[in-house]
Ligand binder design. Structure first.
Ligand code: 3PY
Length: 253
């Protein structure tokens, strides 16, 4: 298939400015010499973005935020707007990570606003979906991911939806060291693609990149990426050290 293959790091709340810039520089140098077989993106805390954008060759590594505000601008102390993210030089934003939904009360309605503002400001959205352990045990994973798509991104036009990358992250596999087996992941990725096809048609579905996230690392990446509906990964812990992250990227060899 001709879909974009993507490995995106999600640094979460790790690495101070000096540490983050050192990692960005190391990745940039290595990937400039050893061209990856996929698009590589790093998503960093807001405060890293402007300087990281100056450090990175955007032809080699894309840059993204991990969140943005659900309001355009104004009296929202402590918030960072999509326009501000874009103005740093970043091209992507992660929205709907389960940690944002769980710890910061981000509802489907809030996420819908964030997605619209991100797209309006020409950011590509890495939109996260995924079920909890209880939902998986009750075999409800398909209805959960479908509802998450319907709740926050299926209001988009097909043209807008082309700037959405989906990241499937089973909550039970995030930071737990548990990974979905590649067959389990492929099964739900194929389902997600079928839901996108129902909504936007087959052509759009075939062009939608669907990333796997949740304890994806250098050891399991190649196996996960070998599956036809897995177009890359959203990488947490294994994105914090150059060797680990480059190992995941090598999963596309
Ligand atoms: C993980 O790999 O655990 C993630 O949550 C990536 O976003």
């Amino acid at each position: 298939n001709m879909r974009k293959k993507i490995v995106a790091g999600n640094w979460k709340m790790n690495l101070n400015l000096q540490e983050g810039l050192a990692l960005a520089k190391e990745l940039n140098e290595t990937l400039t010499v050893n061209k990856p077989n996929c698009d590589v993106v790093i998503c960093t805390p807001f405060i890293h973005l402007a300087m990281a954008a100056q450090t990175l060759n955007s032809e080699v590594i894309g840059l993204g935020a991990e969140n943005c505000a659900d309001k355009e601008k104004g009296a929202y102390t402590g918030e960072v707007s999509a326009e501000m993210v874009k103005s740093t030089g970043a091209q992507y934003v992660i929205l709907g990570h389960s940690e944002r939904r769980q710890y910061y009360g981000e509802t489907p309605e809030i996420l819908k606003e964030k997605v619209l503002l991100a797209l309006k400001n020409n950011l590509k959205v890495i939109f996260c979906i995924g079920e909890s352990l209880e939902e998986r045990e009750a075999n409800k994973q398909n209805e959960v991911v479908k509802a998450e798509l319907e709740g926050s991104v299926f209001n988009l036009t097909a043209e807008e939806f082309k700037n959405v990358i989906i990241a499937y992250e089973p909550i039970w596999a995030i930071g737990t060291g548990k990974t979905a087996t590649s067959d389990q992941a492929e099964e739900i990725h194929a389902y997600i693609r079928s839901v996108v096809a129902e909504k936007y048609g087959d052509a759009v579905a075939q062009e939608t990149s669907i990333l796997y996230g949740g304890s994806c690392n250098a050891k399991n990446a190649a196996e996960l990426f070998s599956k036809v509906d897995i177009d890359g990964g959203l990488i947490g812990g294994a994105s914090l050290k150059a060797a680990d992250f480059l190992g995941v990227i090598d999963g596309w060899k």
